[in-house]
Design a protein around this ligand. Structure first.
Ligand SMILES: [Cu+2]
Length: 248
């Protein structure tokens, strides 16, 4: 890139100039997020088209930057803004649950990385102060480190429940509930989530809403009147998960 660096926005600061710091933050953010999106898809064994499209647009945007500075910034900034908005329901669902590390870190990295990328794109476009760029970068790295520590602590302190004689014992694998469970009123279910991502056992029309952390067994009591209930997983994208709970 032999083009001359433009103005330094009135600040006689040390190099790199405004473009350099914001460009680095932008490229680092979108690269980390896109790479982790691909790792996430491999880990959960699914294809999520918007994440794949985001990865392709990231490569295109980064490729444009050396020759078409504003074009590259626009592609990366707008891609990040759209994905940030699209990811918000998933971020809201997973961020309160650090004990499921794949879902949680994906949500945290998507939120932090895409936000950083949008801010960096604006900073690069406007050639904002390099000092501000460094502060934003430091803040993003610090928040990322905190979220990784929080998740690590939550994972190590989340222990599977033991089953007790008389429990209805069941397991959930490949995002499929046991089709039907029958439990006496006041009885308990010992349910093991064998997936590497979280689910919920949410009994519609009742207050029974059980969090099922990844690769963890949970034991809960069913204090419901006799009857047949519909069970769902209330995580966005898991609408296909349903089952029956019979209390009798
Ligand atoms: Cu689920």
């Amino acid at each position: 890139m032999a083009t001359t660096e433009p103005r330094t926005e009135g600040r006689v600061g040390p190099s790199p100039g405004p473009w350099g710091i914001w460009r680095r933050l932008l490229v680092a953010s979108v690269t980390v997020v896109a790479a982790y999106d691909l790792v996430f898809l491999a880990l959960i064994g699914e294809v999520i088209p918007p994440l794949l499209a985001g990865a392709v647009l990231t490569v295109i945007g980064v490729g444009l930057l050396p020759r078409f500075r504003r074009g590259g910034v626009a592609v990366l900034g707008l891609t990040s803004l759209l994905l940030l908005v699209a990811m918000l329901p998933f971020v809201a669902a997973h961020l309160p649950h650090p004990s499921s590390p794949i879902d949680f870190t994906h949500a945290a990295i998507a939120l932090l990385g895409r936000t950083a990328a949008v801010v960096a794109a604006i900073g690069a476009w406007r050639e904002a102060s390099p000092a501000l760029g460094r502060r934003v970068a430091t803040l993003v790295v610090a928040l990322l480190a905190v979220s990784l520590v929080v998740s690590g602590v939550a994972v190590t302190t989340t222990v599977s429940a033991s089953e007790i004689a008389g429990d209805v014992v069941a397991e959930l694998t490949d995002a499929a509930f046991p089709a039907s469970l029958t439990v006496p009123p006041g009885g308990a279910i010992h349910l093991e989530n064998r997936d590497r991502f979280r689910h919920t056992y949410t009994v519609l029309g009742t207050s029974l809403d059980v969090e099922l952390p990844a690769t963890t067994a949970v034991r809960f009591t069913v204090d419901l009147a006799p009857g047949t209930y519909e069970v769902i997983c209330d995580i966005p994208g898991h609408e296909f998960m349903s089952a029956q709970l019979i209390v009798e």
